[in-house]
Design a protein. Structure first.
Length: 241
């Protein structure tokens, strides 16, 4: 599974180590050392994967991913950072990182994460279109193939993590998902990520799909258990019957 990979790392020794491991697995690697150069390379090369250090000159990794997602570039991003607090990890996920590793890390684990991301991306890219794979829960639609979400016909932009959670719940409406089950949908994320990650994604999804996020009607909390996705119109009809 050879791929075109950009490694964004300003530490020359670290960048060289990652480059050697990636090339050993047959990948084509471009190394850049600052945030603005990363943006230029991604726009020029359209890589299969971006290995992105957070702490870089000119523009840090978080700014880079903000710009890439704002430009609707869906290149998979594996973020590397010396920061290990939960808030930093959650911020990376919220901005659209596909995976997140904290330093120091094992190069072998990094390669395993790379293989996982590339397999996931290739499955989506090569999937044969079906007649209709769109998931519908009332006025909410989730298209797993096109990676699109809409509410009452209005397009909704979701981060990769938000999308995976929403797609899993839309596939089984009314099912109560525990936090552990939803965390499993975010497989591949750093081992330090906690259940708080799920809560943040749910909170952000409510802002995007609920008319009144503080009084959710679609994405409900089942106290002491977890969350479920439901059709408010159907529930209202049941209540009135």
């Amino acid at each position: 599974m050879c791929a075109n990979v950009i490694v964004a790392e300003d530490d020359e020794k670290q960048a060289e180590l990652v480059r050697r491991y990636l090339e050993h697995e047959g990948h084509t690697v471009t190394v850049v050392g600052d945030g603005l150069a990363v943006l230029a390379e991604v726009r020029h090369r359209e890589p299969d994967l971006l290995v992105l250090d957070v702490m870089m000159p000119r523009a840090d990794g978080l700014d880079v991913i903000r710009v890439l997602r704002a430009e609707q570039r869906e290149v998979p991003v594996l973020m590397l950072t010396a920061r290990s607090t939960e808030d930093d990890l959650l911020l990376g996920l919220d901005l659209g990182a596909d995976d997140y590793m904290t330093k120091p890390y094992s190069p072998r684990e990094l390669m395993a994460r790379v293989r996982t991301l590339l397999r996931r991306t290739r499955r989506v890219a090569t999937a044969e279109p079906a007649e209709d794979q769109t998931l519908r829960v009332g006025a909410l639609t989730v298209d797993p193939v096109r990676h699109e979400v809409a509410v009452e016909g209005r397009s909704v932009e979701c981060t990769p993590g938000e999308f995976r959670i929403l797609a899993a719940m839309a596939a089984e409406p009314e099912r109560v998902f525990t936090r552990q089950r939803l965390l499993e949908e975010l497989h591949g994320f750093d081992r330090y990520v906690s259940f708080r990650t799920v809560d943040v994604h749910i909170m952000n999804l409510r802002k995007k799909i609920e008319p009144a996020p503080r009084r959710p009607a679609r994405l409900l909390t089942v106290f002491g258990v977890g969350y479920k996705l439901t059709d408010p119109a159907r529930n209202a009809a049941r209540a009135s019957s």
